[in-house]
Design a protein. Structure first.
Length: 255
C-alpha cells in the first residue's frame, strides 16, 4: 500500500493457506444471514439513541465541543486524526499490521491455528485454519489501537480515578484519536472491494460491522464517562425493545 496524502489504495489482506480452502457457506445459510440483516436494522437505530440519552443524563460539568468532556474530547481526538489522515501521508503499513494482527487475535480466540502472519507496505496476509464470520470481519469492527488505549485508561484508573477529571478528558481524546485511526482506514478500505465482506454476504457483513462499531462506541462512552454500566445496559435494552417494536409495527402494518 502506498497511499497518497493519507489515503489508502485497495488493501489486499487475504486469509490464505488452509483458511482459503475452507468450505464456503451454504446457500441456505447465506439466505438466513440476508434475512437476519434486516432484523438487525432496528438495533442500528437503538444504539445511537442510547448514547444520546446517556449524554443527556450526564452530570453537569466542563464541556468540549458542546458535549460532556469525555464525549467531546473523544470526538475532538477522532476529528484531529481525520484531519491528519487527509493532510498527511500516514504509512499504510501501520493499518496493515493492525488489520492482520486483529485477524490473528480473533482466530486464536476462536480456537483456530494461526500461522504465517505477513505484513508488508502494500499488503498483508495471515493463515487461519478455521475462518468464520467473526475472525474475517474482526478488523472492521474491533479497533485494536483504541481498545489498547482504553485498557491502559482502565489500568491507570485503578490507581487514580480518572473518569470525570481533566486527565480523563485527555485520555478520552487519546482514545478518540485511536478510534479515528480505525474509522479512517476502515472507511477507506470499505470503499474498495474487500473479499472479507463477501464470504458471508455483503449486506449481512456490512450491517454486522456497523452494529458492532456502534456497540463499541457505546461501551467506550460508558468506560470513559461517569455513567454506570448496569443502568446504561438497561437503557440500551429498553431502547432496543422500543426500536424492534417500532420495526415490527411498521412491518405488519404494511401486510
Amino acid at each position: 500500500m502506498k497511499p497518497p496524502s493519507g489515503s489508502m489504495k485497495k488493501s489486499r489482506t487475504p486469509v490464505r493457506g488452509r483458511a482459503a480452502r475452507a468450505r464456503a457457506p451454504s446457500r441456505a445459510l447465506l439466505a438466513a444471514l440476508f434475512v437476519a440483516s434486516f432484523a438487525l436494522v432496528p438495533a442500528l437505530a437503538a444504539v445511537p439513541r442510547a448514547i444520546r440519552l446517556l449524554e443527556a443524563l450526564a452530570p453537569e460539568g466542563p464541556s468540549v465541543l458542546g458535549l460532556s468532556a469525555p464525549a467531546g474530547s473523544f470526538l475532538l481526538g477522532a476529528c484531529l486524526f481525520a484531519l491528519a489522515f487527509v493532510a498527511v501521508r500516514i504509512p499504510a503499513i501501520a493499518y496493515v499490521a493492525v488489520h492482520e494482527t486483529t485477524h490473528a487475535l480473533f482466530g486464536l480466540l476462536s480456537g483456530a491455528r494461526v500461522t504465517r502472519l505477513r505484513v508488508a507496505e502494500e499488503s498483508g496476509s495471515v493463515d487461519v485454519s478455521r475462518p468464520n464470520a467473526v475472525n474475517l470481519l474482526a478488523p472492521y469492527f474491533f479497533p485494536l489501537p483504541c481498545v489498547a488505549a482504553l485498557l491502559l485508561f482502565g489500568l491507570v484508573s485503578l490507581a487514580v480515578p480518572m473518569a470525570g477529571t481533566r486527565a480523563g478528558a485527555v485520555a478520552a481524546g487519546i482514545c478518540g484519536a485511536a478510534w479515528g485511526f480505525h474509522l479512517c482506514f476502515t472507511l477507506n478500505a470499505l470503499l474498495q472491494r474487500q473479499t472479507d465482506l463477501d464470504a458471508y454476504g455483503f449486506l449481512f457483513s456490512l450491517v454486522l460491522v456497523l452494529l458492532l462499531n456502534e456497540l463499541f462506541l457505546f461501551f467506550a462512552y460508558v468506560a470513559l464517562s461517569p455513567a454506570r454500566l448496569v443502568p446504561a445496559l438497561a437503557i440500551l435494552r429498553d431502547l432496543g425493545a422500543d426500536s424492534f417494536g417500532w420495526f415490527l409495527d411498521g412491518l405488519f402494518a404494511r401486510t
